[in-house]
Design a protein around this ligand. Structure first.
Ligand code: GLA
Ligand code: ZN
Length: 677
């Protein structure tokens, strides 16, 4: 449990009472929070300037008042440390807190999430205020959890960062010769003789606007370094809090799903619980959001996570900020819960009157009263979460299929100049996820450190970078009966983006039983065909593929399908290799959705992996398990009602307490939580 002081799915969100100076408003807030069943408020996210008006003065009286006012009314606090935006006086007095951007421009004061992670001033003052807050609120009964900073992100290219980068590199490589080798600096005469010849790789140096780098080695290391630098800032605050706050009170920071710039698997190790902010657009595929929840759950090996933010209605920062249609906020909240969330928190509880978030949705809208659609939907969910109590808390997801996701691999594929600008790692991963989602097969999203043995099927799309020991781990897994599946552009490089010689897919060649001689890249509108050599499971006839096309030869594997056109017509495009007790599949191109559904259905059938339930299109299934009890979530994303066939099983519908079996009508945007009886 995140904190057993509140043994239910928490319901609340970001609350910025410091933006008002009105007791009347604060009292109204509390009255309406109670009406909406809100029991947690995230306070103090952006109040550094208020907390610390100058170098030596700290003032938390306002915060005492707000925490107490809420607590007296039964509302707990998620306490932020306020370090996500530095005060103006600090930027004026200590310009080292200001970042230098990708274009080499020194930033001025403004916006937020804007501090240089290697600024001595930022580190000193953020650590100090975190400690002061911890000393003050360590025993406060209202505080359920600590929220460090907010949505860490962005990179800095200032001189402090550059110096720190040199130090980071010398710790990593030991000698400059090793670094030269790791980065292959013999290319374009880049040999370094002194550490201080190395500069930050931004637009003024190795990188281009589209993020492609002339030297992947340095660019990859800079990403690792910047992710580590921000993580160090987080750790400084974490430790400052932990000095005073007992370990039964967890500490987190809010992540952003598939955010590209930070290696969240590394970050999650330092977090007591993962929390994240979910902001899909109206046209974000439901399966993409589902995948992201699964990824956030995967960061800490399946431990339940917090939905730290979602909008009750609309965002302000998208090009077109559509409202969540009636029922959608509730539906998407249960999507999060069904995939491992133990909290439902919103941004924001009350809408601002000024600045850029005044058009962002909130529980309390500008009209100020509770007679609104959005408020009613929030209040209804509040009642349901009270009713659910602790039933689902800590429930796990038991998946037999895993998809590998690796930030460093993503950086490396995207930094790469060639073979195709259209190759998007997350898209490729999502294509595989989407097919399994349609098949109602539960998936874990895992990092490369995860143990593979608990899975029947492991899918690693575009595993371009194979880290030390990974190929051996895959071989063991397959030898012991697992099914492994990877794609084109895999097994190409090591951790510093140096090609593994001797034929692609390098270290994976043995387990896959193939080798790739060339890689063709065509405009994404141009396609080739996947022509089945014979019917296998659900796969038959012809499918289409595009993007990249590996020209492969089998060396032990069986060719299951071949290309249908171009000069490599007849060469294998889909292969399977029997290896020990298991098998390893290789897909040499990027297939269409129809192929992926038929293919993954075949792979799951062959591996004995069962779907949760067969449901109509547009209906999502997911399942959590607690104390041997399964809770099956059935979520209707359609705009019309559907019939769900429960087949022979009998269930109790958790929200209504009714016994159900046979055929059930599920209305548009409807939710079922079914406990097997
Ligand atoms: C992020 C931030 C919040 C707020 C919301 C708006 O998630 O953490 O402070 O700006 O976006 O959608
Ligand atoms: Zn910097």
């Amino acid at each position: 449990m995140i904190n057993d002081k509140l043994p239910k799915i928490w319901h609340g969100g970001d609350y910025n009472p410091e933006q008002w100076d009105s007791k009347e408003i604060w009292d109204e807030d509390v009255r309406m929070f109670k009406l909406a069943g809100i029991d947690v408020a995230t306070l103090n996210v952006f109040s550094w300037a208020l907390n610390q008006p100058n170098e030596d003065t700290y003032n938390f009286d306002w915060l005492d008042d707000k925490i107490n006012r809420l607590y007296e009314n039964g509302i707990y606090t998620c306490l932020a440390t306020s370090t996500a935006a530095h005060p103006a006086w600090m930027a004026k007095k200590y310009p080292d807190v200001l970042r230098v951007d990708f274009y080499g421009r020194k930033r001025k004061f403004g916006s937020r999430h804007n501090s240089c992670p290697n600024s001595p001033t930022y580190r000193e003052y953020s650590e100090r205020i975190a400690e002061k807050l911890a000393e003050r609120y360590k025993d406060h009964p209202a505080v359920l959890i600590w929220h460090v900073s907010n949505e860490y992100g962005g990179y800095c290219y200032c001189d402090n960062c550059q110096d720190a980068f040199r130090g980071w590199l010398s710790d990593k490589y030991g000698t400059i010769e090793k670094l030269n080798k790791a980065w292959n600096t013999g290319f374009w005469g880049h040999t370094f003789y002194e550490w201080d010849e190395i500069v930050a790789p931004n637009m003024l140096s190795e990188e281009r606007e589209d993020n492609v780098s002339d030297f992947q080695g340095i660019s990859l290391d800079y990403r690792r370094f910047q992710s580590d630098s921000l993580l160090d800032c987080y750790k400084l605050e974490y430790k400052a809090i932990r000095k005073h706050v007992p370990t039964n009170i967890p500490i987190t920071t809010n992540l952003m799903g598939t955010y590209p710039m930070l290696d969240y698997f590394k970050w999650a190790k330092e977090m007591d619980v993962v929390s994240w902010d979910n902001y899909p657009a109206i046209d974000t595929p439901y399966s993409y959001t589902a995948m992201t929840h699964d990824l956030m759950r995967g960061l800490k090996g399946g431990q339940p996570f917090m939905l730290m933010e979602q909008t009750p209605s609309q965002q302000n920062w998208q090009p077109y900020n559509s409202l969540k249609r009636p029922g959608v906020m509730r539906l998407w909240s249960y999507q999060a819960i069904g995939r491992g969330a133990d909290t439902i928190l919103y941004f924001q509880l009350r809408r601002s009157v000024g600045a850029c978030e005044k058009y962002h949705g909130a529980v309390i809208e500008h009209v100020g009263h509770e007679n609104t659609r959005v408020f009613n939907e929030v209040a209804q969910l509040g009642r349901e979460l009270n009713q659910l109590s602790d039933t689902l808390l800590d429930a796990r997801v038991n998946a037999k299929v895993a998809i590998v996701f690796d930030w460093e691999n993503r950086w490396a594929t995207e930094l790469s100049s060639g073979p195709s600008v259209s190759l998007d790692y997350v898209n490729e991963v999502h294509k595989y996820y989407d097919a399994l989602y349609k098949l109602n097969v539960q998936v874990d999203m895992i990092g490369v450190e995860e143990d593979l043995n608990k899975y029947d099927v492991v899918i690693a799309p575009v595993l371009y970078m194979v880290k030390e020991g990974y190929a051996a781990k895959v071989e063991k897994f397959v030898e012991n009966g697992g099914t492994f599946l990877t794609t084109f552009f895999s097994g190409i490089v090591n951790e510093t983006d140096i090609v593994t010689l001797g034929g692609y897919p390098g270290e994976l060649r043995n387990v896959l039983g193939i080798w790739a001689e060339e890689i063709d890249a065509l405009h994404p509108d141009e396609t080739n065909q996947i022509v089945m050599n014979e019917v296998r499971g659900k796969m038959s006839g012809k499918y289409s593929c595009n993007l990249l096309f590996d020209l492969i030869h089998t060396e032990g594997a069986e060719a299951v399908a071949e290309y249908g056109s171009d000069f490599y017509k007849g060469m294998p495009v889909l292969t399977v290799n029997e290896f020990g007790q298991g098998k390893a599949w290789y897909i040499a191109s990027s297939p269409d959705a129809e192929f992926l559904v038929d293919f993954l259905k075949t792979v799951c059938d062959e591996a004995g992996v069962k779907p949760l339930l067969a449901v109509p299109d547009g209906v999502e299934t997911t399942e959590r398990v607690k104390d041997g009890q399964n809770y099956l979530f059935v979520l209707n994303h359609n705009n019309e009602e559907v019939t769900i066939e429960l087949q022979d099983s009998a269930y109790k519908e958790v929200l209504t307490d009714e016994q159900v079996s046979g055929n059930l009508v599920l209305k548009e945007k409807g939710v079922l939580i079914l406990a097997k009886v």
